[in-house]
Design a protein around this ligand. Structure first.
Ligand SMILES: Nc1ncnc2c1ncn2[C@@H]1O[C@H](COP(=O)(O)OP(=O)(O)O)[C@@H](O)[C@H]1O
Ligand SMILES: O=C(O)C1=C[C@@H](OP(=O)(O)O)[C@@H](O)[C@H](O)C1
Ligand SMILES: [Mg+2]
Length: 194
């Protein structure tokens, strides 16, 4: 296990080794799935993969270009296939794009084959973060804050179906990653005991 973990964290991470399922991060744009996922994978010494990155590599186009050229439904179909393929692979940390978990088939698959972690952030935090880069086609609206708020209303009840809920906020990424590890360990212990 990673040398960068403290003794208690190492114990949690070792416990996690018993559950062979991939860890899948879900949540709204800007929640930190890509950033925290990469760090979490380092700490757990697991491969890291991001579904948007996989799609972009395969299509040799950015997500925004894909939306523009083929439309959102085509992107969603591609995304569902990518998640399904990744979750059948070996154990890894998978950061999804914010819309992936909204697909019912994807949710069913993830429920069976992975542990899902909802990174939950408040609107101000999300807004501050997504404003940094104009890469998200869904937020290219006259009122991105309103769009994000609408997405929160629609999606939060669905994200709430994830196995674990972690409060994503502006603290060091390591803090969030370690909270996830602790929460995963508790989840595994509870499952082992049941
Ligand atoms: N804990 C954090 N503290 C401060 N900024 C963060 C944190 N986590 C992520 N960010 C920043 O927020 C932005 C969005 O993060 P990202 O990982 O791309 O989110 P997502 O993949 O969920 O859309 C990035 O600029 C990232 O650097
Ligand atoms: O929420 C969404 O529907 C989307 C989220 C994005 O990923 P991030 O959540 O990583 O920003 C990306 O997949 C696409 O722009 C659509
Ligand atoms: Mg991302």
């Amino acid at each position: 296990m990673s040398e960068t973990l403290g003794p208690a964290d190492r114990e949690d991470a070792a416990d996690l080794g018993r559950g062979a399922r991939s860890v899948v991060l879900v949540g709204l744009m800007g929640a930190g799935k890509t950033t925290i996922g990469r760090r979490l994978a380092q700490l757990l010494e697991l491969p890291f993969v991001d579904t948007d990155q996989e799609i972009e590599d395969a299509a040799r186009m950015s997500v925004a270009e894909l939306f523009a050229a083929y439309g959102e439904p085509e992107f969603r179909a591609l995304e569902a296939r990518v998640v399904a393929r990744l979750v059948e692979g070996g154990r890894q940390v998978i950061a999804t794009g914010g819309g992936a978990y909204m697909n019912e088939g994807t949710r069913r698959l993830l429920r069976e084959r992975s542990v899902t972690v909802w990174l939950k952030a408040d609107l101000d935090t999300l807004m501050e973060r997504v404003a940094k880069r104009p890469t998200r086609p869904l937020l290219r609206t006259a009122d991105p804050r309103g769009t994000l708020r609408d997405l929160m209303d629609k999606r939060y009840p669905v994200y709430a179906q994830a196995d674990l809920h972690i409060h994503s906020r502006n603290v060091k990424r390591d803090v969030i990653a370690r909270e996830i590890i602790q929460s995963l360990a508790r989840h595994d212990r509870a499952k082992a005991a049941s």
